[in-house]
Design a protein around this ligand. Structure first.
Ligand code: BGC
Length: 757
């Protein structure tokens, strides 16, 4: 089979068209055919295919060009499980850890491997283009889609996305980076105008895309539904042509996000090639606009050229037949490995973890059983199963207490009956979430008994959220519910009174409030939403089979209100359909955080703010503990040649178990009076291989001097300041272990004149 696929891929390469060939096709096309080529179809309905793809392109049969198929896939390939003509069969895709967890691995090879596995599943199911990865920055922890975004840092987000793209595209399948750009809230997502300074755009909200585009060369870019500084992103020539293509030198296909049939001609002129999901009215808009002279045929031909170049690279075009038989067993192993490496050990007092063989654990919390594999919306995956925490622990032969297990099973069965009607399979439930049982109230004597006969307790706190809705600053969402708080306090009180330790497992796609409860717990394991193999991966960390090596890709604040963007982010919003219709609120007074959001904090998001202004946090960006210890020594600048600096450091495992470490490299620009820069900015990172006790590895990293720049909007230029730049080897944004210096003899200036407005 492998040989067959690589043979087919070779054909695919030969099949991708030359510019001349494409021009010939364009010359032969009527205006109607061109307009159709620029407008997609929402549901793919290809005979013998899996039903319900996110969208497809129109075929051009006269030229032997078929349709191409697109599916979502931020956490695994998203498809329906039914295939036409096979009513008794079900077809599944692997559920990988969510994106924030992939970024927590800080492991390029592993992210590429997940991408390549996705590519294999796309090939098996006849999918040409995946509508992933999503890489918007986590400006605020309440954004509903944070689980499908990577980080608060543009380098980590952009580089991780590039690794994912490289993996997917290594299989001859295509990747789409989205949502370009500044898609940082879900509330009123099609009407919201992000008001952002040019500096914050360049250093943060475009920088992630710049890195992903240059390092990953994705086939496609999906623009965002929101507006930026008064222009809808899909109609912004500055974004789609001047920056994306002319400045960054990228030449793929640009598409809209779904559901925006408006301003077709303006978007096409701005450089949006393809309209997705696609509406017949958009075909008519294009024809009319060309006929009345408001859209030039040159623009149309340019866009058709981009669409055809994409179409002619695809497996569909090359005639690669789907097998409908991905190797789900092997792919599950990759999902497990990714989950194991993305788990972050936040706290581990007095070596609470790993558990000992003789431990018997009382496992509390309905989250142990619900255990979310991924978030909701377009990034949900129809996976064959989800291993929850209790299953994972049992498989790993961790002794749990049968009375506690039985209590939760009975409670959940009863809840399930009550919620059955509310949780019917409707699209609204799919989108906005099924109602899950509330935390089970526990009686004191029940906890006291368990504290007597168990040696440790585990409590799971689980949260879910997704597309179209932001989370609320409310109990049960960002905050703990009263019942969760009581459970935590009572379990800690009773177990601690007997000298026994309590471990909290957090199952979430984004940060939650941890203050002050995390002070009570002896250990905190951040499981994120770890995909279908999640329970197994967490059990492996609990048992010590796996030494944790994940690091936070986002700061966990002590208090939500410490986060600078909290002053300008929607809270406690009630969903209204009018807010997601384009111009749904037209004519009404413009409301802050709904119709527009002021990014008043500028560049000061995440650790850039907390570290620079020495504001305490619960857990800093880049932080994560291990079961072993590492010594870092011999930091040096290996060489500075031309515009590149190579630095290195020696990492030695000084503990007693094998483990991996992550070296984060931050830069600090020379201080100048008139231009403020963050005290530290991530420029590179490297994860070590598994190091046995006593083993060392030299970690080397390259940094381009031009990338040590800040954006000066008065002259619309990136400038690397002249003088001494400090490069810090760090284990988190607040834990610098060694520094070296690099001197830039003369300022390096790179003009980037296009303003996004
Ligand atoms: C989402 C996109 C997704 C598209 C297709 C939209 O609602 O915003 O991220 O790719 O649907 O499913």
């Amino acid at each position: 089979m492998k040989r067959l696929i690589s043979g087919l891929m070779a054909i695919a390469v030969c099949m991708s068209a030359s510019a001349d060939q494409i021009d010939r096709i364009i010359r032969s096309m009527t205006l109607e055919q061109k307009a159709m080529m620029l407008v997609g179809v929402w549901e793919a309905d290809k005979p013998s295919n899996i039903i319900s793809s996110a969208g497809r392109t129109h075929p051009l049969e006269s030229q032997g060009i078929g349709m191409t198929i697109m599916n979502d896939g931020a956490t695994g390939l998203r498809m329906d499980t039914l295939r036409k003509g096979y009513p008794d069969e079900r077809y599944y895709c692997t559920g990988f850890p969510v994106s924030i967890m992939m970024a927590s691995t800080w492991n390029d090879e592993l992210v590429r491997k997940v991408g390549a596995t996705l590519g294999d599943e796309m090939t098996a199911y006849g999918v040409d283009l995946i509508l992933a990865p999503s890489l918007n920055l986590q400006r605020n922890p309440l954004c509903g889609r944070n689980f499908e975004y990577y980080s608060e840092d543009p380098y980590l987000a952009g580089h991780t996305a590039a690794m994912m793209v490289q993996g997917v595209q290594s299989k001859g399948t295509g990747a789409t980076i989205k949502h370009f750009a500044a898609n940082n809230q879900q509330t009123a997502r099609v009407n919201n105008d992000a008001i952002v300074s040019q500096r914050a755009l360049r250093e943060l909200y475009l920088r992630n895309f710049e890195i992903a585009v240059k390092e990953g060369q994705p086939w496609a870019v999906m623009n965002s539904l929101n507006w930026i500084n008064g222009t809808r992103a899909s109609a912004s020539k500055a974004l789609l042509t001047d920056i994306l293509r002319n400045e960054w030198g990228w030449n793929g296909v640009v598409m809209t996000d779904w559901m925006l049939p408006e301003n077709t001609a303006a978007c096409a002129h701005a450089g949006n090639d393809l309209f997705m999901g696609g509406a017949q009215s958009q075909v008519e808009d294009i024809i009319k606009a060309v006929n009345d002279g408001t859209l030039s045929i040159t623009d149309v031909d340019r866009n058709v050229r981009n669409v055809l170049s994409y179409v002619m690279k695809t497996h569909s075009h090359a005639g690669v037949e789907p097998t409908f038989a991905p190797d789900l067993g092997a792919d599950a192993e990759v999902a497990l490995e990714a989950a194991q490496e993305g788990i972050v050990l936040l706290k581990n007092n007095a070596a609470t973890l790993p558990l000992k063989e003789e431990d018997t654990v009382a496992v509390f919390g309905v989250g142990t059983y619900l255990f979310y594999a991924n978030g909701l919306g377009a990034a949900d995956v129809n996976k064959p199963y989800t291993i929850n925490l209790i299953q994972g622990m049992k498989e790993a032969r961790i002794n749990t207490h049968p009375v506690v297990d039985e209590f939760y099973q009975k409670y959940l069965e009863a809840q399930d009956v009550q919620l059955r009607e509310r949780n019917a399979r409707t699209w609204k439930n799919w989108f906005f979430g099924y109602k899950v049982p509330e935390e089970a109230p526990l009686r004191d004597f029940f906890i006291q008994k368990r504290a007597q006969d168990c040696s440790k307790a585990i409590i799971t706190i689980a949260r879910n959220c997704g597309e179209a809705l932001d989370r609320n600053f409310a109990k049960g969402e960002y905050l703990l519910t009263d019942t969760e708080k009581e459970m935590l306090e009572s379990v800690c009180r009773e177990f601690h009174a007997r000298g026994k330790q309590v471990i909290v497992v957090v199952n979430t796609g984004a940060a939650i409030d941890v203050n002050p409860w995390s002070k009570l717990a002896d250990a905190v394991v951040l499981a994120w939403q770890p995909g279908q193999e999640g329970g197994r991966a967490v059990a492996d960390v609990l048992s010590g089979k796996v030494c944790p090596s994940g690091k936070l890709p986002v700061t966990w604040a002590l208090d939500y209100h410490d986060i600078p963007s909290s002053a300008n982010f929607p809270v406690d919003y009630t969903f209204d359909w009018e807010d997601v219709k384009p111009y749904g609120r037209a004519g009404q007074p413009r409301t802050k955080n709904l119709d527009y959001t002021n990014y008043e904090e500028g560049i000061w998001i995440g650790y850039r703010y907390f570290s620079t202004f020495s504001k305490p946090v619960a857990y800093p960006f880049g932080y994560g503990l291990s079961y072993t210890t590492f010594k870092w020594s011999d930091a040096k600048v290996e060489k500075v040649s031309g515009e590149m600096a190579k630095v290195s450091i020696l990492v030695t495992n000084t503990g007693s178990v094998a483990g991996k470490d992550v070296v984060e490299l931050y830069s600090t620009a020379p201080v100048t009076e008139d231009f403020e820069t963050p005290v530290r900015e991530l420029r590179a990172y490297s994860k070590t291989p598994l190091l046995g006790p006593g083993e060392s590895v030299k970690v080397s990293m390259d940094v381009a001097l031009k990338d040590l720049a800040s954006f000066h909007e008065d002259v619309m230029s990136w400038i690397t300041a002249k003088g001494t730049h400090i490069l810090s080897f760090a284990s988190s944004a607040d834990d610098v272990r060694a520094t070296v210096e690099v001197t830039v003899p003369k300022a390096i200036t790179r003009k980037a004149p296009t303003e996004v407005k």
